[in-house]
Design a protein around this ligand. Sequence first.
Ligand SMILES: NC(=O)C1=CN([C@@H]2O[C@H](COP(=O)(O)OP(=O)(O)OC[C@H]3O[C@@H](n4cnc5c(N)ncnc54)[C@H](O)[C@@H]3O)[C@@H](O)[C@H]2O)C=CC1
Ligand SMILES: O=C([O-])CC(=O)C(=O)O
Length: 327
Amino acid sequence: MAKSPVRIAVTGAAGQIAYALIFRIASGALLGPDQPVILHLLDLPQMQGALGGVMMELEDCAFPLLAGMVATDDPKTAFKDIDIGFLVGARPRGKGMERKDLLGANAEIFTVQGRALNDAAKRDVRVLVVGNPANTNAYIAMKSAPDLSPDCFSAMIRLDHNRAASMLAAKAGVNVGDIEKLIIWGNHSPTMYPDWRFAEAGGRKLAELVGDEAWNRETFIPTIGKRGAAVIEARGASSAASAANAAIDQVRDWVVGSNGRWVSMAVASDGGYGVPEGIMFGVPVTASGGKVTRIRDLALDEFARSRFEITLNELKEERAAIAHLLK
Ligand SMILES: NC(=O)C1=CN([C@@H]2O[C@H](COP(=O)(O)OP(=O)(O)OC[C@H]3O[C@@H](n4cnc5c(N)ncnc54)[C@H](O)[C@@H]3O)[C@@H](O)[C@H]2O)C=CC1
Ligand SMILES: O=C([O-])CC(=O)C(=O)O
């Protein structure tokens, strides 16, 4: 029997990430070749014309899995009965800005959308926040949706995970698909901590294969932390196709399953590793059926602990900066 369609919302649907995301969702890249989807597309009133063009193109693809589309500028309509939400719509940064500079411009979007999710979405909705600063925006959305479990929310740290995997694979001379147990801890910002201490390929530790701790500390970690800025510098616009790809990877692993592999996801802390409850912190997890299992009790040596504290402190500062919005 044919599966019933899954309702998927994408915000910022007329933007550049959405343009690389929506078509892949409709093609089956997210939920597989036998799962029909209905797309709920949200953007601002002044973008409805452009969004109409995106919908024309979706029609012109004749995707067999696309069972319907809704276009709207109203968050509650967009989130009505959705199973999955990609919260992409927000202002991107330009050259010379940090992602947290967007906090003022974007934070309010996520209080409004959190409330709308609270009112309209399915109770087991799975929401990925992509719009920057992603961790704190996800925290705002989660706090604005008190009737939904914190487990309904995550922030995108997968792009950093994928970037780190690619860079390590090239350095160690292994296939990127063979890399396991790589971790991105903390915030999607230059303070993030890409941690290779447990990473392996074909049963061999990558730190041993590379054998260069100075490269890890002085090249690998800062390059991954600043990769988004490097793309903006080169392209004149922030990452779009790679961001859409990472969004698909993160939600597919969350909802369909990571097959026992560790993946990095920013999820609401349950107090593990000393991270205050609720902070959206990148951690290693396995996932299946929309449920996340945190990898616990990994040892943090002195260097790892110092990196961990830097990114945690930044998230605490961001939380303090938006506290007034949640009153
Ligand atoms: N977490 C991550 O790894 C990454 C996050 N990003 C972030 O994703 C966000 C979107 O990036 P792009 O698609 O490149 O930007 P874009 O400017 O091309 O598109 C953003 C879209 O969002 C819409 N929008 C703005 N406010 C909205 C609201 N309240 N409701 C619905 N739609 C709204 C805009 O009208 C626009 O169509 C930015 O904040 C960017 O920094 C980008 C790359 C990676
Ligand atoms: O750097 C940006 O502003 C866009 C982004 O989050 C990334 O590419 O990692």
